[in-house]
Write a protein that binds this ligand. Structure first.
Ligand code: NAP
Length: 330
């Protein structure tokens, strides 16, 4: 069916400046790690992407290895772009990809060499049928490759016009400082950092966020719902079709511990008092920090996406609520 994007798509989304750059990102961005691979229902993924754009989500996050099978999320996203986002709609989108985790066999399909990063981005562009991505990331630090080489590769892809901006993912505060210095010296500043951050995973508070702020770099936390744990999904066991129920999902059954569910239940009760869902409270809790540019969610249905979008109706917390959350998380 022909898709015409909603005329009011920019009316209800908040856009926030990414560090000290010219780019603004929607407060909520959508990632294609799960639910968009060749094992998933194509039309479901397509309707999620269309709906996201209708609601002002302009940023879609991919990586070479998203699937399964690896590469298939980029392929499917490319098909959706071709079908639904033709013409100048590409110019309304911020599309990212990454390389850093295992993608192909042998020594050149993993980590952070110039060889891997540049050839992987070429493959990603082919799969998505794009001339350029907006953001290209080093997906993880490589302890065995000089940081000058990895950052030099990011700089090169910008020079080559294959990416407009570059980013870092999963680099700790010290690694980030070193990478930012090299990028700065090359004249390709880092746009954004993508770390794992949620109520259950708070390492970024120990220094990374300060480094980003001091250097004018934006922040896009991934898995802000702890892959679904910080929602009502697992309040009463592991439902069929959930990420934890699937062999291909990165959330494992044994991640759903009684201790975690105990906390989730208390958080859920607090969210209800605030008049929002737990998912909404978990996203709002991340967005309350001004150093955060956008939260990078996943969704397996349009209904989940809508639930998450309604976060923006209430993102403020009283001191008492924040204290209660800390007590629950202890
Ligand atoms: N840079 C990196 O190393 C890295 C690593 C991981 C992820 N990422 C990026 O971050 C994105 C998001 O990661 P994520 O998918 O783990 O994020 P998440 O938002 O923490 O988890 C998303 C999952 O939670 C469940 N969910 C979402 N909204 C819900 C709601 N309102 N109610 C109930 N359940 C809900 C769904 O799982 P069900 O399937 O159970 O419905 C959904 O697939 C990825 O797509 C990717 O772009 C990056």
């Amino acid at each position: 069916m022909h898709y015409a994007p909603a005329a009011d798509r920019y009316n209800n989304m908040t856009y926030q400046r990414c560090g000290k750059s010219g780019i603004q990102l929607p407060a909520i961005s959508l990632g294609l790690w799960h639910n968009f691979g060749s094992i998933d229902n194509f039309e479901n993924g397509r309707s999620i992407i269309r709906h996201a754009f209708d609601k002002g989500i302009t940023h879609f996050d991919l990586a070479n290895n998203y699937g399964p099978v690896p590469g298939s999320a980029e392929e499917n996203f490319g098909r959706i772009l071709k079908k639904d986002f033709s013409g100048h709609l590409r110019d309304e989108l911020i599309i990212s990809s990454k390389a850093g985790y295992t993608m192909w066999p042998g020594p050149y399909g993993d980590f952070g060499s110039r060889k891997y990063l540049i050839s992987s981005l070429d493959q990603s562009l082919q799969r998505m049928q794009l001339e350029y991505v907006d953001i290209f990331y080093s997906h993880r630090p490589d302890p065995n490759t000089p940081i000058e080489e990895t950052m030099g590769a990011l700089h090169s892809v910008v020079q080559q016009g294959k990416a407009l901006y570059v980013g870092l993912s999963n680099y700790n505060a010290e690694q980030t400082k070193a990478a930012l210095a090299v990028l700065q010296s090359l004249g390709t500043p880092c746009l954004i950092h993508q770390p794992k951050y949620s109520m259950f995973e708070r390492w970024v508070e120990g220094g990374l966020l300060d480094v980003l702020e001091a250097n004018g770099v934006g922040c896009i936390p991934f898995s802000p719902l702890a892959q679904g744990l910080l929602t009502d999904r697992y309040l009463h066991g592991i439902p069929a079709g959930s990420r934890a129920s699937k062999p291909s999902g990165f959330l494992q059954e044994n991640d759903i511990t009684p201790e975690k569910i105990e906390k989730v239940k208390k958080l859920h009760a607090l969210a209800q008092q605030r008049g929002q869902s737990l998912a909404q409270m978990a996203l709002a809790w991340i967005l309350k920090d001004k150093r955060i540019t956008t939260v990078l969610i996943g969704a397996s249905s349009v209904a989940q996406l809508d639930d998450n979008l309604d976060t923006l109706k209430n993102t403020s917390f009283s001191k008492e609520e924040l204290d209660t959350i800390e007590t629950i998380l202890k």
